[in-house]
Write a protein that binds this ligand. Structure first.
Ligand SMILES: *Cc1c(COP(=O)(O)O)cnc(C)c1O
Length: 394
């Protein structure tokens, strides 16, 4: 990955020079740890011929994750979206459920897919997480629950949301897809609300290729989740509940066990990269890198820059310049769920009550991280942004 001279838009237009990076640098390139440990486990799975249906590797994975997070139950699932859907159903949510629009669209889809209306509440622009006052404003007689999202792995305002839920008799659960390894007031994410839902998709800090889990301290809820994950089967030939197929396969659990052993190394690389980005982007007017609270744990997986009005280059111009260098920076979660279908047609005026979401959505760019990022990558990305900003200042 040789770095070349950083080009201004004028250079680009005239010379059409090749990009700084020969191979595309993706946001969310999978972190792979302990390849040999993974392959050895896959060998045993093939030898045992137990490929799925709550096999021994999934059981070991669930035990390890529950212990790691300090929560009583971990119910592993085939992906985070199905885990959300099953959790929503196990909690008996219906009618309207309040969610942020500033999240990956799966949070809203998991509700809509089962005939529940996602009602979007605005965020606190400082944290990118739900604003409790905005949540209160969206409660109606049809509201049955709240799904908080720990955006970028930074905990949602858990205590304030729990207070609102208790006051109004609402269920509270969390989409913790970003928050594996994060803490809230020193305690691991995974034990808050009625339950929390993780995604272990390949792009997440900790991955099982595809995968997810619901974690809870509630025994009854855990039983319901396990039933629903497996068609409602209780023993052979005995279906006691409606259910679906949400099972994690053995190979995915094997990937998870290998990556769990390497998770500290992932966090270490991410944390170092975050500091390097911070130093490299410092001094570019209007560019602000989102910080992580040093008092809490966070995987530092998301390198989130906000391009404010003081920056001579727009967010979209910066994304275009980075893409021209083969850096596939992303505008997560632009334009917000309320700008995506079917929600854009359902709530054409949602933007009126989501001013902070709209502003944040127009300013955010997420940059590559993980084992794929290093000093050279980071300084090239920063130079690209700096060169563009300087070029547009003149
Ligand atoms: C990734 C993600 C999901 C979906 O998880 P999958 O495992 O990809 O189905 C849900 N919510 C958020 C916030 C996510 O980032």
């Amino acid at each position: 990955m040789a770095t070349k001279q950083i080009r201004t838009p004028a250079d680009l237009a005239i010379h059409g020079a090749p990009p700084a990076f020969e191979a595309p640098l993706h946001v969310g390139r999978p972190n792979l740890c302990n390849r040999d440990a993974f392959l050895a486990r896959v060998g045993s799975i093939l030898d045992n011929q137990w490929l799925t249906n709550n096999g021994p590797v999934v059981q070991e994975f669930e035990e390890r994750i529950a212990r790691y997070l300090g929560v009583k139950h971990c119910v592993a699932m085939c992906n985070g979206t199905i885990a959300l859907e099953i959790a929503i159903r196990a909690l008996g949510l219906q009618g309207e459920v309040i969610v942020p629009s500033w999240t990956f669209v799966a949070t809203a889809h998991a509700l809509y897919w089962q005939g529940i209306t996602p009602v979007f509440a605005d965020i606190d622009p400082a944290t990118h997480n739900l604003d409790p006052a905005a949540v209160r404003r969206m409660i109606t007689p049809r509201t049955t629950g709240i799904i908080g999202v720990h955006v970028w792995g930074r905990a949602a305002p858990i205590d304030a949301l729990q207070a609102i839920a208790d006051e109004h008799g609402l269920k509270l659960m969390f989409d913790a897809a970003h928050a594996f390894g994060s803490s809230y007031r020193g305690q691991s994410i995974g034990r808050f609300g009625a339950c929390e839902v993780f995604s272990f998709h390949a792009t997440k800090a900790f991955n099982t290729m595809e995968g997810g889990a619901v974690t809870t301290n509630d025994d009854t809820l855990a039983d319901a989740l396990r039933l629903m994950r497996n068609f409602g089967f209780k023993g052979y030939d005995n279906v006691v509940h409606p259910g679906t197929n949400g099972k994690m396969i053995e190979v995915c659990a094997a990937m998870g066990l290998a990556n769990l052993d390497g998770f500290d190394a992932i966090v270490k690389a991410n944390t170092r990269n975050h500091a390097a980005y911070k130093a490299a982007l410092a001094g570019i007017p209007g560019v602000r890198l989102l910080d992580y609270d040093p008092a809490e744990r966070n995987s530092h997986h998301y390198i989130v820059a906000e391009i404010g009005p003081d920056c001579p280059a727009s967010r979209d111009a910066i994304v275009a310049a980075l893409h021209a260098e083969n850096v596939l920076a992303r505008k997560y979660f632009w334009p917000g769920c309320h700008g995506m279908q079917p929600y854009r047609d359902l709530f054409p005026h949602a933007g009126l009550v989501l001013p902070q979401t709209e502003r944040v959505a127009s300013e955010v760019v997420v940059l590559p991280n993980g084992f794929a990022a290093n000093e050279t990558v980071i300084s090239t990305i920063a130079s690209t942004i700096k060169t563009l900003a300087e070029y547009l200042t003149k």
